[in-house]
Design a protein around this ligand. Structure first.
Ligand SMILES: [Zn+2]
Length: 280
């Protein structure tokens, strides 16, 4: 199954009084880039001690919880870090840090983005305030409550015998093929989304859906729900402007596919492993 390792994060949103000590980790984001330091070649968030030497202005600070017993904060800031430190986008952390740390950085960026884009009430325009108990914002004037935004989406590997249906998105660099994916619409179950998306994108029908696991995908706020599904009929017809190409691929003739750090790459590898075990 998709790695469901227990998270090393003990999440929280109200910082305890002693949280701000020098060992705390700060996920500092400025202009969408995170400030890191390199520890034996691996990017890490900076500590409170590091941050003291930076000439950066902090706009907001959000407590995230404890990661391996270390208090963690997300900071939105402006300015430049001190010499010897780096800035990197979330994608630049993929595969270079422990997975759980990547997801924590993704959480930090999503909370910062949510805070920055929900400062005012969408209904009456008053300035929003932090909710007393939850990670939420509340309008003091009309009572509207906003929670951090998540966008659930399905991601599915369609199979036929040993073959896999992989598609190349029209916006991707040439060469890369992956599983199909799409956002859940209001009123839909994820199963309905899956049938609709596969039909829209490549024109085929599927059956025997099997759920595998989920992945937080902070680009910008997706929650990917991963499935395998079997082909049930229809000819491949690529959706105009979305899908540049889609084909059936055998395991010994694969195009360039995503790495296993992405659930798409993992769904493909999992199918290959299962199929070869079956036919042995
Ligand atoms: Zn309001």
């Amino acid at each position: 199954m998709w790695p469901h390792e227990p998270d090393e994060l003990e999440a929280g949103h109200m910082a305890p009084d002693d949280a701000d000590h020098s060992d705390a980790w700060y996920f500092v984001f400025a202009k969408g880039q995170m400030v890191t330091k390199s520890v034996q070649g691996v990017p890490e968030p900076i500590t409170g001690d590091d941050f003291r030497w930076f000439e950066m202005e902090v706009h907001h600070k959000h407590f995230l919880g404890h990661y391996l017993n270390r208090p963690c904060f997300a900071l939105s800031a402006s300015g430049r870090p001190a010499e010897g430190y780096h800035t990197v986008g979330l994608r630049g952390l993929l595969g270079r840090t422990p997975q759980s740390l990547f997801y924590l950085a993704g959480r930090a960026q999503q909370i910062i983005d949510w805070h920055d884009t929900h400062r005012f009430c969408g209904r009456c325009g008053a300035r929003m305030e932090d909710h007393r108990h939850d990670r939420a914002k509340e309008c003091p004037s009309c009572g509207l409550i906003n929670y951090p935004r998540l966008s659930p989406s399905i991601i599915v590997l369609v199979t036929k015998g040993e073959e896999m249906l992989l598609a190349r998105n029209a916006n991707w660099p040439t060469g890369m093929y992956s599983t199909l994916a799409g956002f859940v619409e209001p009123g839909e179950s994820v199963e309905q989304t899956l049938h609709r998306e596969v039909l829209e994108e490549v024109g085929v029908r599927v059956k025997n859906l099997e759920y595998f696991g989920s992945q937080s995908w902070p680009f910008p706020n997706s929650l990917m729900l991963g499935f395998h599904a079997e082909y049930d009929g229809g000819e491949i017809v690529c959706q105009a402007e979305e899908i540049a190409d889609a084909q059936w691929f055998a395991p010994d003739n694969l195009p360039q596919i995503p790495p296993k750090t992405a659930i798409s790459g993992w769904l493909i590898q999992e199918f290959i492993d299962r199929y070869s075990a079956q036919s042995r």
